[in-house]
Design a protein around this ligand. Structure first.
Ligand code: CA
Ligand code: CA
Ligand code: CA
Ligand code: CA
Ligand code: ZN
Length: 402
């Protein structure tokens, strides 16, 4: 049924480049996270190789630890974690098998201090497994997630600098939620290196520009996309003549969601100086399959110039139980815009209707005051741990006044 599934979900990434980049100093080229209904197909093609089964644990099977076991299932929870044994050079080598879809293998990496750098490369030389990994702190809050090395390499890699001391970090290894048939299980190897004292990167503020003026995006996931200028009348007759008021209310809703953080929300009506590095969110037009799409989940905001699109005309009254007031509509569009901006700042999906990063709510949930809160990770990311969105935003862009 038309728009019956008001599911926001990340799908595989598609390369795009912007033909017309609004008034910024930003270059072109990106991959997109799509939030909407649509294609649920997984990966195609395997890595090849034989699908041998390897016992979970340290690659040096003689390794021992006084902290706990160093091999074998069960290891599906933080409490059951296998201890990763590091050598004198702060290197550990793991191996294991995602025995079946959703088998989680959890490893205890131990204490790390703010400024330590963690590098983890997880490969599948002997299996077709589409692996996915995440790192959690001692409070079971995710600090880094990687599914794929690239659009063509479904192994996992991460390099991350610890922002906060923790006496126990954990590594979880499982299959990608997007794994294709035959890629949901198999063996893996994981190589871990700790470089101590690299130093904590400074938090960097971000400017978001809401572009209400429309434009052309080349090679978007559905092909080249022209976004018309934002027009309240195109959402519903109920909002005819309210375009300027609605633009202001949407801007205010987005700004409220980010008010604690060093995020400045500007619009195409009051833009920053030419050449400023900004993340641009184009707002306008209709999609039958999505509310919005964002460039990649940009962990710790490595790219200040990424982009997203909000299809404002997809917020038709038909998706809601009742036709929203102008204020409630602005709240809904503002929440979904903050969600896409959250991806551009490194946030993944969670499962909680009250959370901005929720991926499975009815559209009515958008009408409420969603916030960047701590919530369980979406099962499409990893069915383990939480994401503390406020902590990650604080560690990425900083808090206002700091
Ligand atoms: Ca296993
Ligand atoms: Ca397991
Ligand atoms: Ca993967
Ligand atoms: Ca970014
Ligand atoms: Zn999303």
């Amino acid at each position: 049924m038309y728009m019956s599934m008001t599911i926001r979900q990340a799908y595989r990434l598609v390369t795009v480049s912007l033909l017309t980049v609004f008034l910024t100093g930003c270059g072109a080229g990106a991959v997109f996270i799509i939030d909407g209904t649509g294609d649920t197909s997984g990966n195609t093609g395997g890595n090849g190789g034989t699908d041998g089964t390897v016992t979970d644990g340290n690659r040096d099977e003689t390794a021992t630890s006084n902290l706990g076991k160093t091999s074998d299932e069960p290891n599906d929870t933080f409490a059951e974690a296998i201890v990763a044994v590091f050598d004198d050079s702060d290197i550990a080598g793991l191996q294991g098998t995602v025995a079946q879809k959703s088998d989680l293998d959890v490893y205890l990496l131990g204490a790390l201090s703010a400024g330590d750098q963690l590098t983890i490369n997880t490969t599948t030389p002997n299996s077709a497994l589409d692996v996915s990994v995440a790192v959690f702190d001692s409070a079971f809050r995710v600090v880094y997630i990687n599914d794929d090395v690239s659009g063509s390499n479904f192994d996992s890699t991460l390099t991350w600098i610890v922002r906060r001391d923790s006496d126990a970090f954990y590594l979880a290894i499982t299959n990608s939620a997007f794994a294709g048939t035959g890629q949901e299980s198999g063996s893996y190897q994981s190589d871990i290196i700790v470089n101590r004292g690299v130093g904590v990167p400074a938090t960097m503020p971000q400017i978001l520009v809401i572009d209400f003026d429309g434009g052309t995006i080349d090679d978007a996931p559905l092909g080249p996309t022209t976004i018309p200028a934002f027009d309240a009348d195109q959402i519903s007759d109920s909002y005819t003549g309210q375009t300027e008021i609605l633009k202001g209310l949407i801007r205010d809703s987005i700004a409220r969601n980010f008010s604690r953080f060093n995020i400045e929300v500007m619009t195409s009506d009051n833009p920053p100086a030419a050449g400023t590095e900004v993340a641009t969110i184009f707002m306008g037009g209709f999609s039958s399959t999505m509310f919005g799409i964002a460039d990649n989940v940009d962990l710790y905001n490595a790219d200040f110039c990424d982009d997203a699109i909000i299809f404002s005309e997809s917020f038709t009254p038909r998706i809601f139980t009742n036709t929203p007031s102008l204020e409630a509509l602005a709240e809904a569009i503002g929440n979904v815009t903050a969600h896409e901006a959250g991806h551009l700042l490194g946030l993944n999906h969670v499962d909680d209707d009250a959370a901005i990063m929720d991926d499975r709510s009815s559209a009515d949930a958008f009408l409420e005051d969603q916030e960047f809160i701590s919530a369980p990770l979406s099962r499409d990311i990893m069915s383990l741990g939480t994401q503390d969105a406020a902590m990650l935003l604080e560690d990425t862009v900083g808090l206002v006044g700091n």
